[in-house]
Design a protein around this ligand. Structure first.
Ligand code: PEP
Length: 250
């Protein structure tokens, strides 16, 4: 099974640094079975696209707006991202939910807009520390999946990648045990089935402090279709090691 590795560079790099990282990665991967997606910040997208040209990488964005055009200062449409060469877009990342007030309803509109623009949405869901401690993780995942996929056809839902990202683990340096992620992925697949029916199979990936030391534990699991990587995607040597791991398990 072809695995997916997604690098989320967040707002960590300047445009120049983004290009340097893209060049180093491009030089380190000639071809790959793994689907490798890099998500630079908006201003770096064109230069990173050019640096990756002809290589084994796909391009993604970290967010989009749900409207296609209009008086929405500072927002970016799915069509504009496609025009720049993106084929993926992260939607509903917990940092946007926490810092920018993104709700499940907004995430739903963004998933829909991404699909309408022929972008593959990488829908982030995950429980907060409080939800984890209260034992309401599964209910939180179910709610997030149900609302995010509301109004979509089964065929559209089949195109979505769901990223399970326990919020309290992101950037902590301590991933959850792979079996824990596998259980959460099962809950996510159940929730998708409730919305779309058993015939629809979505890809579910894990994110949260994945690095080259723990990556194999996740990528070896059949229930884990890949990983969304933050911090470890910012260092070329580290991310290239993860690519190698994904290539060997695929
Ligand atoms: C993320 O923010 O999506 C993420 C997975 O970050 P990190 O790998 O740094 O925990």
């Amino acid at each position: 099974m072809r695995k997916i590795l997604i690098g989320n560079w967040k707002m960590q790099l300047s445009v120049r640094e983004s290009v340097a990282l893209a060049r180093a990665l491009r030089a380190g991967v000639k071809k790959a079975k793994t689907t490798i997606v890099l998500c630079p910040s908006f201003p770096a997208i064109p230069a990173v696209r050019d640096a990756l040209r002809g290589g084994a990488f796909a391009l993604g964005a970290q967010d989009l707006f749900w409207e296609t055009k209009g008086q929405y200062t500072g927002e970016v449409s799915g069509a504009a991202l496609r025009e720049l060469g993106c084929s993926f877009v992260i939607v509903g990342h917990s940092e946007r939910r926490a810092h920018l007030g993104e709700t499940d309803e907004m995430v739903n509109k963004k998933v829909s807009a991404a699909l309408a623009a022929r972008l593959t949405p990488i829908l982030c869901v995950g429980e907060t520390r409080e939800e984890r401690e209260r034992g309401t993780r599964d209910a939180a995942l179910r709610r997030q999946v149900h609302v995010a996929l509301r109004g979509l056809t089964p065929a559209q839902i089949g195109k979505v990648i769901v990223a399970y990202e326990p919020v309290w683990v992101i950037g902590s340096g301590k991933a959850v045990p792979p079996k824990d992620a596998v259980r959460a992925h099962g809950k996510i697949r159940n929730a998708v089935e409730e919305v779309a029916g058993a015939a629809v199979k979505v890809r579910v990936i894990y994110g949260g402090s994945v690095d080259s030391n723990n990556g194999a534990g996740f990528l070896r699991e059949a229930a884990v279709d890949g990983c969304l990587v933050g911090g470890a995607s910012l260092r070329a040597a580290e991310f290239l090691k993860l690519v190698q791991v994904a290539e060997t398990v695929a």
